[in-house]
Ligand binder design. Structure first.
Ligand code: FAD
Ligand code: UDP
Length: 371
């Protein structure tokens, strides 16, 4: 008899398992994949290079609480992520900053000059609703077309005008020389990798891990008081209202017989190729190795669900599933797929910590094991 069956051993499931087990609950956590870590899973490839199986994962958070929580399970390697974009035959710092504009157009603007340059080109959009409006409202049409329009069409199979403003607004436009991808206070990679961190989180006598197993195959065999579900919410309800769109990716890995492949961790290709970006893992992990491994990300409609697709009609469909979820007793929905939110890892950790507080609080209030 388990107090909780937790579906999914990614950040959402693992944080819930760890916290509940620490509070004396007996937990079974399952994943249909052959490993823990969810999309953050990393492993050593055939050449011995540490790679992220589901694309590059860079940890960053503004929350000391979340960073301190994870720090119980890993040491960190300080790492500030930088990205180059291949535009007009040049490799330019991205997000757009002073140097991007100067290198692209052959200018020598300073901070005042760039503010005037962007103000001159930014279109008046009021409060931006779409990703197109979010970008042209900040940097104008030419930079939008060179850096955003085609990348977004490739990544989502949709024009930026069809996506919520929040998608492209993840990437700022800067009027200084800061060329980091993120500005959060805490930016670091788990020193020995994500998988090792998850193994330590889940190493507890109250936690039983079952891999290669769909939760539905367990549900009939295992007794549990309630379920914590971090898989896709539409699948849980057998697609009763139709399939929620999730965007997928194909990952193509290559190992090269030389220490360095490209001049930075990630190079974005907005305008050429089927892939959006190439990541070279050794920059992220700091590993020293005579060979190097890279991954190309090719967006696809079919395949494992990786991204919820933020646009109004999908939010509306999700609301229907959310009503079903809210009305389903003894099941808690958490994580990027189960709550259909374009969340980063730290946001999922925060969401899972909040859920556990509610689960433990509710139990304390009502004495109800919800079984
Ligand atoms: P997941 O990691 O998807 O875990 C859900 C698990 O549930 C999966 O392992 C799945 O196999 C399992 N599951 C589903 N259905 C069932 C079932 N029926 N039975 C059993 N198991 C089931 N975030 C960052 O902060 N920084 C980054 O740099 C970053 N880069 C990213 C790059 C890519 C390409 C992608 C796709 C995501 C990236 N993210 C990044 C986001 C990050 O991956 C997510 O925020 C995080 O992994 C979500 O955790 P989760 O537990 O909600 O979901
Ligand atoms: N984006 C873009 N050009 C780029 C990088 C990002 O147009 O070179 C847009 C695109 O719509 C992308 C979104 O900004 O999906 C968010 O980018 P981010 O790097 O945060 O995406 P993720 O790492 O989550 O795939």
């Amino acid at each position: 008899m388990f107090d909780h069956l937790i579906v999914g051993a990614g950040f959402a499931g693992a944080v819930c398992a760890e916290r509940l087990a620490a509070h004396g609950r007996k937990v079974m956590i399952c994943d249909r994949r052959p490993h823990v870590g969810g999309n953050a899973f990393d492993h050593y490839d055939d050449a011995g290079v540490l790679v992220h199986a589901y694309g590059p994962h860079i940890f960053h958070t503004a929350s000391r609480r979340i960073f301190d929580y994870l720090s119980q399970f890993t040491l960190w390697r300080p790492y500030e992520h930088r990205v180059l974009a291949h535009v007009d035959g040049k490799l330019l710092p991205f997000p757009i900053n002073i140097d991007t504009v100067n290198m692209l157009y052959g200018l020598e603007l300073d901070e005042h000059g760039i503010e005037a340059f962007l103000a001159d080109r930014a279109e008046k959009v009021g409060h931006p609703r779409t990703s197109e409006e979010a970008v042209v409202g900040k940097v104008g049409r030419d930079l939008y077309e060179k850096f955003f329009r085609n990348y977004t069409r490739k990544q989502w199979g949709l024009d930026p005008s069809e996506l919520d403003a929040a998608v492209a607004a993840r990437v700022p436009a800067r009027t200084n020389r800061d060329d980091r991808y993120f500005t959060d206070e805490f930016q670091a990679m788990p020193l020995h990798g994500y998988t090792r961190m998850f193994e330590r989180m889940l190493d507890h006598p109250n936690i039983r891990i079952v891999l290669n197993t769909d939760w539905r195959d367990l549900a009939s065999e295992v007794k549990f008081a309630n379920l914590v579900y971090s898989g896709p919410v539409d699948a849980f309800f057998d697609y009763r209202h139709g399939a929620l769109p999730y965007r997928s990716l194909e990952f193509v890995f290559e190992t090269h017989d030389r220490p360095i492949f490209q001049p930075g961790a990630v190079i974005n290709y907005p305008n050429e190729h089927l892939y959006t970006r190439i990541t070279e893992f050794k920059y992220l992990t700091g590993q020293e190795h005579p060979k190097t491994s890279v991954v190309y990300e090719i967006p696809t409609a079919d395949g494992d669900p990786y991204y919820p697709v933020p646009r109004p009609q999908n939010a509306e469909l999700y609301r229907k599933y959310k009503s079903l979820a809210d009305a389903t007793r003894h099941v808690h929905f958490v994580g990027r797929l189960a709550t259909y939110r374009y969340y980063n890892m730290d946001q999922v950790v925060g969401q899972a910590l909040a859920l556990v507080d509610r689960i433990l609080g509710r139990r304390a209030e009502t004495g109800d094991r919800a079984a």
